[in-house]
Write a protein that binds this ligand. Structure first.
Ligand SMILES: [Zn+2]
Length: 121
């Protein structure tokens, strides 16, 4: 298990990332509105605006997902279940948590999980 000091460091990283994500999500919503307000002169413009707001929407979705995982990790820190693999229950190595503080799985389970996901697509 990471010790209290290490957990506090990871908590700061999580909170910092959370703030950035919130800003980015709010920002991209504004961007989408701006794009929609633009004068659309012809079909080409329209296609451009649609694909821009589609990309923005994709990014916002992705960020919203990451934000949910960060919230979950912060909750786990509170109830002291942070840093434990959701699938097999082993302690996730600190190096992995530092690279991805909201990691839910250990490296092995992540590989299994990703393989399963790839199969279901
Ligand atoms: Zn695992």
């Amino acid at each position: 298990m990471p010790n209290t000091k290490q957990i506090n460091e990871l908590r700061v990283i999580l909170l910092d990332r959370k703030e950035k994500l919130l800003k980015s999500i709010l920002g991209s919503r504004e961007n989408i509105d701006l794009l929609k307000d633009q004068d659309i002169k012809d079909d080409l413009d329209y296609a451009e605006v649609v694909s821009d707001s589609f990309t923005e929407g994709m990014i916002a979705n992705h960020h919203a997902k990451e934000l949910a995982e960060i919230e979950l990790s912060l909750k786990k820190i509170e109830d002291r279940s942070y840093g434990i693999c959701d699938m097999c229950g082993v302690v996730i190595p600190l190096g992995r948590l530092k690279a991805k503080p909201y990691a839910k799985y250990c490296t092995e389970c992540r590989t299994v999980f990703e393989a399963e996901e790839a199969k279901s697509k």
